[in-house]
Design a protein around this ligand. Structure first.
Ligand SMILES: Cc1cc2nc3c(=O)[nH]c(=O)nc-3n(C[C@H](O)[C@H](O)[C@H](O)COP(=O)(O)OP(=O)(O)OC[C@H]3O[C@@H](n4cnc5c(N)ncnc54)[C@H](O)[C@@H]3O)c2cc1C
Length: 367
């Protein structure tokens, strides 16, 4: 079987890895001179999003045959909203992974584990390849192919502004800020590479480049962050759903297939899983739609949570952060394997609309 893969990002490389395990060596086309995201950042593998899986590293190994090395385990999350700060400790948060060009990055680990040829500096055309190959896996990190096939639906656009910063960090801690003044419909976070280097990122809905720069400055000032910046980054993300994920001999994976983690995710797990599942579908002659059904549902659920989050204001966030760390609820959310996020939509809607906070919240009622 002849398979072409467009894009040597993590979904394309994961697909190649799975195909090779079955003795199929695809041709990979990458328009850049290297594989992986252009700049380094840190992504969390968040156990909360993949429950009831107890340990995602073991799960990725057992279910997907991926033997990946994280930067560190994630034990502490500090959450800041406008008026509330809470620190949560748990053995179950997950792991931190490097992304980008570094030796430890996910893409480098995948790149080192495959043998298939990668045609670098080669921009591929999906319709030409579809005629030449038995199957083409579209892993180009973009909505363009799905949009031209008429199977892409836009959900929302966000701008991501960040930097690699130097300072004094806990390598096991994620710090997170929710504040609509600079991170409307999203959040900001600091994730560590090591004790003295971290990635600091602000995500904001629908902002222009100039607006995003203002949000970044507001964020740094408001949160009194004076880290030394060694590298800046700015990019936009267009989230959308794709259906179906296969059209003729084209299979769409990663962002190209709508496999984005829209709610508190970092995008790595869904990209890896969709790539592996595409490889598995082709190697075993199983419909791709069947293999990605569960993942697709998870993506839709994550979009729904994000849509609810998008309607929240700063007072809602104060309640959310305080509510998620109340005794009992805190134990349930952070220290079990119960898939609480499958019902989180209702919880967030309660936070937003219906709870009479004056009766039980430690914070003032919503005006
Ligand atoms: C700071 C930051 C925060 C993020 N947060 C999130 C998040 O919360 N949720 C989320 O889902 N994602 C997030 N992401 C994105 C996340 O990293 C992606 O989900 C993931 O990298 C997607 O992998 P992919 O393989 O689909 O695409 P990519 O990693 O983008 O790889 C696509 C590759 O295809 C190549 N390519 C494109 N067109 C062609 C062509 N025509 N021919 C040949 N090659 C081509 C590109 O050069 C690239 O190497 C974030 C990214 C950053 C940088």
């Amino acid at each position: 079987m002849r398979v072409a893969i467009i894009g040597a990002g993590i979904s394309g490389l994961a697909c190649a890895y799975e195909l090779e395990r079955h003795g199929i060596y695809p041709d990979i086309f990458e328009e850049r001179s290297r594989s992986g995201e252009l700049f380094s950042h840190v992504a969390g593998l968040m156990q909360l999003m993949n429950r009831p899986v107890p340990d995602q590293l073991k799960w990725l190994k057992n279910e997907y045959n991926l033997d990946l090395k994280p930067l560190a385990k994630w034990y502490t999350t500090t959450m800041h909203s406008n008026q509330v700060t809470r620190v949560v400790k748990s053995k179950h948060f997950g792991y931190f992974f490097e992304r980008g060009q570094g030796e430890l990055s996910l893409e480098t680990q995948l790149f080192n584990s495959i043998k298939s040829p990668i045609n670098f500096n080669c921009r591929a055309n999906y319709s030409e390849l579809a005629q030449e190959y038995d199957y083409v896996v579209v892993a180009n990190g973009s909505r363009d192919v799905a949009a031209s096939l008429g199977i892409w639906k836009n959900i929302f656009t966000t701008m991501v502004r960040g930097a690699i910063v130097l300072g004094d960090f806990n390598p096991h801690e994620l710090v997170m800020w929710v504040n609509t003044d600079y991170a409307l419909g999203a959040y900001a976070y600091l994730a560590p590479f090591s004790k003295n280097q971290a990635s600091l990122t602000v995500i904001h809905a629908n902002a222009s480049i100039e607006e995003m720069e203002r949000h970044w400055i507001t964020f740094l000032k408001r949160e009194n962050l004076t880290y030394q910046v060694v590298e800046n980054y700015l990019l936009s993300h267009i989230s959308g759903t794709v259906y179906p994920h296969q059209v003729g001999n084209l299979l769409l994976v990663g962002i190209a297939g709508g496999f984005m983690e829209s709610f508190l995710g970092f995008g790595s797990v869904s990209s890896l899983r969709s790539g592996i599942l595409a490889g598995r579908a082709l190697a075993n002659n199983i419909p791709f739609s069947k293999l990605v059904k569960k993942l697709d549902l998870e993506m839709r659920h994550s979009v729904r949570l994000r849509e609810i989050l998008n309607t929240m204001d700063n007072q809602d966030y104060d309640h959310l952060v305080a509510g998620m760390t109340m005794p009992g609820l805190k134990q349930l959310i952070y220290n079990t394997n119960i898939p609480v996020f499958q019902n989180a939509g209702t919880f967030f809607e309660l936070i937003r609309d219906k709870v009479d906070w004056s009766k039980w919240s430690i914070l003032p009622p919503k005006k």
